[in-house]
Structures are given as C-alpha cells and as structure tokens.
Design a protein around this ligand. Structure first.
Ligand SMILES: Nc1ncnc2c1ncn2[C@@H]1O[C@H](COP(=O)(O)OP(=O)(O)O)[C@@H](O)[C@H]1O
Ligand SMILES: [Mg+2]
Length: 252
C-alpha cells in the first residue's frame, strides 16, 4: 500500500546541508496499523511530511498503492492528498465555525459530492466512532478526545488509501488517548484502513501491528507485535530508553 524506498531528505541552513532522513526504506501493507517512533529530532515529522507530499524529498521514491509520487507536479499531488490520503494532526485542525458533523462532511463538500450520500456517510462514521451525541456541537464545546475522534472521522470521509497521523494523542490525557486509538482500531477493523502514525507515546504505539524506530534519520529497527499489547509496550519502552528516546509520559 505504502512503499518508501531509499528516501533521503536534507534541510539547508545557510550554506550547510543538514541531512535529516538517510536512505529510509520500509513498506506498509494494506490494513496494517504502523507507528513510527524515535527520539526527538530523529526525523519522524519530516518523514511524515515527505509521505504527505507537503515537502519534497531529495532522493528515493514513495509509492502509494503502486503509484510513484516522486516528481509529480503540485496539482497532481494536491489531488492525491485530497482523494487518497487522510490526515490527523496533534492539534486537531477542526474549523471552529462548523459543527462536528459539518467538519466531518468537509472533505466531500470540497470534492463536491452529492449531499445525501455525504450525509449518510458522515452519519455512519459518527456512530462508528461514538460521536453521534455531539454531532451538532461546535469544537469549542467538546473534549480533546472528541475533537480528535471528529478529526479521524473527517479523515475517513474520502476513504483514503492511508491515514497519516502526526502525534495524534500528543495533546490528550490517557483516557482520551485510548478513545482516539480505539477510533483508529475501528477504522482498521471495520474499514480495513491502513494507518501510519508518528508518536512518541509507547502506550499508543503498543496498539499497532508494527513499529518502525528511527534514530538520527535512519531506520534503527522494526518491531512486530507478537505477544500481548502489554509485552509489546514494555519492549518499546526498553528500545526507546536505550536510544535515549522519549517515553509515554515524557513531554513531546
Ligand atoms: N524546516 C526545517 N528546516 C531546517 N531544519 C529542520 C526543519 N524541520 C525540521 N528540521 C530539523 O530536522 C530534524 C528532524 O526534525 P523532525 O522531523 O521534526 O523530528 P521529530 O519529528 O522526530 O522530532 C531536527 O533536527 C529539526 O531541527
Ligand atoms: Mg515531530
């Protein structure tokens, strides 16, 4: 579904080129829930922004459902972002002037889809993610966990190939964090969604099928969950501790 091959990316500061991603290769299968972890500054957000086509990469290729995104012009990339990628951000990015239901509908309003079909779909997502009761409220009237579940529902409206999330639980308490992770798991289980999530939170990552660990812009290791969630979380905490990374309860 998502293939990243030999990806590299440098930032230029003054006359210096500062390499942030160095020859990154990994694949994410359809329906898989994968997390990227690693110490602060290891390149997680940069990697996600390259995959999102928000910033260009220097070398290597990104394939989404076998389509090579490398070298496409801005119009084509915008179309791919709208149709085939779903985004969830740390700070929710909901529109304050729209209700929960209207926020969820937004991607299809932009895509000019028929209204009855759009509303039926938004309704279905509201019940799937347990936000039916708040659908007529405005973002200022709901909790962080509810905001993020609204954002997940919105990201699912166009049935993206991949849901991309950067620290989706970073601003949430542990109860809301679990509610958002449950929304991802429902998307995966009920809609076979492929999810790629950057997180520094071992608790959130322990619900994933696989974790890619970045260090200094390189894939340090990949861990696949084989035993229980609890065992996987302990394994992740150990790996991050050894790398000098953050853990669940450190600041981001
Ligand atoms: N736009 C930018 N220009 C220059 N350097 C950047 C830019 N964005 C990030 N960096 C640097 O790249 C490195 C990786 O950043 P980032 O991808 O945000 O890491 P992470 O999300 O893992 O904390 C950091 O050292 C950061 O300072
Ligand atoms: Mg980051």
């Amino acid at each position: 579904m998502l293939k990243v091959n030999h990806l590299s990316k440098s930032y230029q500061t003054g006359t210096n080129m500062y390499p942030v991603l160095k020859d990154i290769t990994f694949h994410v299968n359809k329906g898989e829930f994968v997390a990227v972890m690693g110490p602060s500054g290891s390149g997680k957000t940069t990697l996600l922004n390259c995959i999102s086509c928000f910033i260009p990469h220097d070398h290597g290729e990104i394939l989404l459902n076998d389509k090579n995104l490398t070298g496409l012009d801005e119009n084509k990339l915008a179309a791919i972002r709208n149709k085939h990628l779903g985004f969830v951000f740390q700070d929710f990015m909901l529109l304050d002037g729209l209700s929960v239901f209207e926020n969820i509908c937004l991607p299809q309003i932009i895509a000019k889809k028929p209204i009855p079909q759009m509303e039926a779909k938004a309704q279905k997502l509201c019940s799937l993610f347990g936000i039916e009761k708040i659908k007529d409220k405005y973002p200022a009237e709901i909790s962080g966990g509810e905001k993020q579940r609204t954002a997940v529902a919105r990201a699912m409206m166009n049935q993206p190939y991949v849901l991309l999330a950067d620290e989706p639980t970073g601003n949430l308490d542990s109860k809301s964090c679990k509610a958002v992770i449950d929304a991802f798991l429902q998307a995966k289980n009920e809609m076979h969604t492929t999810i790629f999530m950057v997180t520094h939170d071992s608790y959130a990552a322990s619900f994933c099928d696989r974790v890619i660990v970045l260090k200094d812009g390189e894939v340090n290791q990949e861990l696949t969950k084989t035993g229980t969630r609890r065992e996987f979380m302990d394994q992740l905490l150990n790996v991050l501790r050894e790398l000098g990374g953050d853990d669940s309860h450190d600041a981001a």
